[in-house]
Design a protein around this ligand. Structure first.
Ligand code: SAM
Length: 278
């Protein structure tokens, strides 16, 4: 019996005395079609999988059925005996008890996946959504792809096109490292307990090369942060304290952009060119 069977999940939780913990963002999936859609979309056959937050093992069992090796990182020690029971029939899974924010993924891949392609798959706890995505993106091509269930609103931002109102600094950070697509949107009723908002699964496939050449990517992202930190200001005003208003205006002019343009109108290409000029 699968854990998407609610009476089975409730029985497991009752026997192990588990109450979903809000502080760990514990909303367990209950719809088998959604679990299968995520597990199917997240990787190709030859990949190993890192799952962040297996919970009681609902998505993990679907991953174990499909992929050669699954390593799941769970912060909540109380769930370990549950996972022992629910995943006991699989010999291709390992559970690591720890905080995914503190894990060195280079080490983890080296130690557990020797030479395999590795993909991340997670129904993420909402409280670490942005920091964990930023952390994983930093590993570049160590990972093939990152498939995560996140709040719909955040997914809309990550998938926004440059120049749109939804585009933010994090959108451009994703665009620099990965090609992003939406997989499925999921209503609150598909979780136990239901969260307050809808969720969307997105898949970020890591790019082999950045989409733009940029002399100093760190500097470009400092500029992007300044630009989006004060998005009501013109770009030249937002950057003036660090780069000088007239220098910024001159650079914008060289790029054929209006000198009173706002930062939110620029895409990753324009920010790369601006960063190189400044
Ligand atoms: N994968 C399960 C599912 O889909 O039903 C559970 C997903 S639940 C939204 C998030 C899971 O992440 C919980 O099991 C929670 O304990 C775990 N978690 C929360 N913070 C974590 C962290 N920093 N590192 C690792 N796991 C974490």
């Amino acid at each position: 019996m699968r854990l998407t069977d609610i009476s089975h999940a409730r029985d497991v939780m009752r026997r192990h005395n588990i109450n979903p913990q809000k502080r760990y963002g514990q909303n367990f999936l209950t719809n088998p079609r959604i679990v299968d859609a995520i597990a199917d979309a997240c990787a190709s056959d030859e990949c190993g999988i890192i799952e962040i937050g297996p919970g009681i093992g609902t998505l993990t069992e679907a991953l174990c059925e499909r992929y050669k090796k699954v390593v799941a990182i769970e912060i909540d020690r109380a769930l370990l005996p549950v996972l022992d029971e629910t995943l006991g029939r699989f010999d291709n899974v390992e559970i690591i008890c720890g905080d995914a924010m503190n894990i060195d993924f280079n080490e983890l891949v080296k130690e557990h996946f020797g030479g395999m392609k590795v993909c991340v798959c997670a129904n993420l706890p909402y409280y670490i959504t942005s920091p964990i995505i930023m952390k994983l993106l930093e590993y570049g091509t160590l990972l093939e792809s990152i498939t995560v269930m996140i709040q719909k609103e955040v997914a809309d931002r990550l998938c926004a096109s440059a120049g749109s109102a939804m585009c933010g600094a994090i959108t451009l950070a994703v665009n620099y490292r990965a090609a992003v697509e939406k997989v499925i949107t999921v209503a609150p009723g598909n979780f136990l307990p239901p969260p307050k908002v809808s969720s969307t699964v997105i898949k970020m496939t890591m790019l082999k090369e950045p989409p733009v050449a940029c002399g100093d990517a760190e500097k470009m992202f400092e500029i992007i942060k300044l630009a989006f930190g004060q998005r009501r200001k013109t770009l030249s005003n937002a950057l003036s304290s660090v780069y000088g208003k007239s220098d910024v205006e001159r650079a914008l002019d060289t790029l054929g952009l209006q000198t009173d343009i706002r930062g939110e109108k620029l895409g990753i290409r324009e920010f790369a060119a601006l960063s190189d000029l400044l």
